[in-house]
Design a protein around this ligand. Structure first.
Ligand code: SF4
Ligand code: SF4
Length: 355
């Protein structure tokens, strides 16, 4: 890991510099999932993408505490500049891993880019999280894209043959559409398709999407079932290295909290999003603490693309998040809230050492 001491001190003690950024490189998408939070009818959503010149300035401003960037969207591989954006982060920041959240439709482009990046940056881990909601035609009609399931599975299998630093993963977001069929979906993916890495998310209120309250308990029970299956079949991170063992322990802690707070929302751990350990960058340069809280940290254009200046101006928001005991089930923030928690650091270290 690059800058190990500085990164560790920031996570464990300082908690004031970015460790992870979620970067929406585009709002455009070829799919139309009913649970999507993007308002595709709003013209503002589709405007004002940052130029490569702007992005270069932005990435060069980021402190060398950054460990991971998650490139998402919309569908990130629809963005023409996606490879250049990846290279900006890889060449000018201290990241150790790059994460893509994709629907997996553009197989040829995904494979071409991942082959080049994994060869040019052999020390970086490239994780591709490919979303699957259902099997075959049910997936295609839910997301309203012809052959999406077939292409997504083809992307998964081709990615798994590239190299050790390319790690494809199937992510199921448990929602109203798939809650009743979750065991059948799991079985097909694992037995028939041979999926070796699978994670579960649970649908949440976000943007224009709101969960039907009458379905919440059914969705939650199905999510718990899926978590148990993933654990039983050891389909999360590889236990071969310390990082995988630490991440598996983190997932277990997170799931045990979610069992308590999904149906009965309450504060249990401080959140370090927004001027702390993580933030979200939108295509027009808006920066937010997370995808849930509607309190903008600022727009990069107003800071001459200097993300750290914008970050430093957000101490009041950081204090507000802490003092208001802001809480939610946003998985990305939860990961860093657990990894930086004095209550959980000893358990994480112990798990990482135990083979
Ligand atoms: S693939 Fe992702 S971005 Fe596209 S519509 Fe579905 S949830 Fe939204
Ligand atoms: S608790 Fe949730 S909503 Fe609040 S800042 Fe953290 S991630 Fe955002």
């Amino acid at each position: 890991m690059k800058n190990f001491v500085k990164k560790s001190l920031n996570i464990a003690i300082g908690k004031s510099r970015p460790v992870s950024l979620i970067h929406f490189v585009t709002n455009r998408c070829n799919a139309r999932c009913p649970h999507c939070f993007i308002d595709f009818d709003d013209p503002v959503t589709q405007s004002d993408a940052l130029s490569l010149v702007d992005l270069e300035k932005m990435v060069k401003s980021i402190d060398n505490t950054l460990m991971n960037v998650n490139l998402t969207g919309g569908e990130p591989f629809l963005e023409n500049k996606i490879e250049e954006i990846c290279r900006l982060y890889l060449n000018h920041t201290s990241i150790d891993s790059m994460f893509f959240s994709t629907n997996g439709a553009l197989t040829n482009k995904i494979i071409r880019i991942s082959e080049k990046l994994s060869r040019d940056f052999p020390d970086t881990i490239f994780t591709f999280s490919i979303s699957i909601d259902h099997i075959g035609e049910r997936h295609n009609s839910y997301r309203r894209v012809k052959n999406l399931y077939e292409n997504a599975m083809s992307s998964y299998h081709k990615l798994s043959r590239i190299s050790e630093n390319v790690q494809p993963n199937i992510t199921i977001t448990v929602c109203d559409e798939n809650a009743e069929d979750i065991e059948e979906i799991f079985e097909t993916l694992v037995v028939k398709e041979g999926v070796k890495s699978l994670t579960a998310n649970i649908v949440r209120d976000e943007g224009v999407f709101k969960i039907d309250p009458a379905q919440k308990e059914k969705i939650f029970n199905s999510y718990c079932k899926l978590i148990d299956l993933i654990k039983k079949h050891k389909l999360s991170y590889s236990g071969e290295n310390y990082l995988g063992r630490m991440m598996n322990h983190k997932e277990e802690v997170m799931y045990s909290y979610f069992k308590d707070i999904y149906l009965d929302p309450k504060y249990v751990l401080p959140c370090h999003a927004g001027g702390g350990l993580m933030g979200v960058i939108y295509p027009n340069g808006d920066v937010y603490p997370c995808e849930t809280l509607e309190k903008k940290m600022g727009n990069l254009h107003d800071y001459n693309m200097d993300l750290m200046k914008l970050w430093d101006d957000n101490d009041p928001l950081r204090s507000w998040i802490k003092e208001s005991q802001c809480h939610c089930t946003y998985e990305c923030a939860w990961s860093y809230n657990i990894l930086s928690s004095p209550k959980h650091i000893p358990g994480l270290l112990k798990a990482s050492l135990k083979k």
